[in-house]
Design a protein around this ligand. Sequence first.
Ligand code: PEP
Length: 247
Amino acid sequence: MVAGNWKMNKTLYETRDLIREMYPVLHNIQGVEVIICPPFAGLGVAKREVEDSTIKLGAQNMHWSDSGAFTGEISPVMLKELCEYVILGHSERRAMFGETNETVNKKVLAALAHGLKPIVCVGETLEENQSGVTADVVGSQVREGLAGLTAGQAEQVVVAYEPVWAIGTGLAATPEGANAVHKDVIRPILREMFGETVGDGMRILYGGSVKPDNAAELFSQSDIDGGLIGGASLKADSFIALVKAAM
Ligand code: PEP
């Protein structure tokens, strides 16, 4: 799976143009699930552009309620009409918008209740990494973020390991280092929580400065099942190169 997190980038025309640029190569790609996550405002335009293709859409955030007095928020009921996936708990939302493992968990449960597939982001800060608590931090994010899910629900969930120090910095984790967190921290917790078969089948993406020149090595690791891509998803040529690296 290769998912592009556009963050707060691209106007409506830019959304249309970027998808049209990628469409000829990506519209019928086999063997890799390709997901584009534009801002809320662009989802309607994006939906029209990816119709009749294998390209799927995701949102970047969501409230856990169906509707109500939550000015500025978007509900799972609304997203369900627009996209199949939703990124939850991105580190930018945790750092700047007060998201916690508890609110991420409410969102994950709400998304699943409405048939949306969550891409749940976890990852340690530089300070946490340097103090040697990566496994504790990431472990709690996974355990608390996915608390209360049935094994059947967990099958619909994608986990994205995104070390905060690697996001937008150009300093990706080493393929071995990222794989070690996937294989030795996240995967065992998923197996423990949801059983070995489901835990082994769940996809764990790596995110953080994935570029065309480091993608193939990252994606070839045993427990890296694809990438969540920020900056490099904003240009057709680099996003296409990343999708090809995952094939
Ligand atoms: C992200 O924000 O999800 C991300 C991975 O960003 P970048 O690829 O730009 O590091």
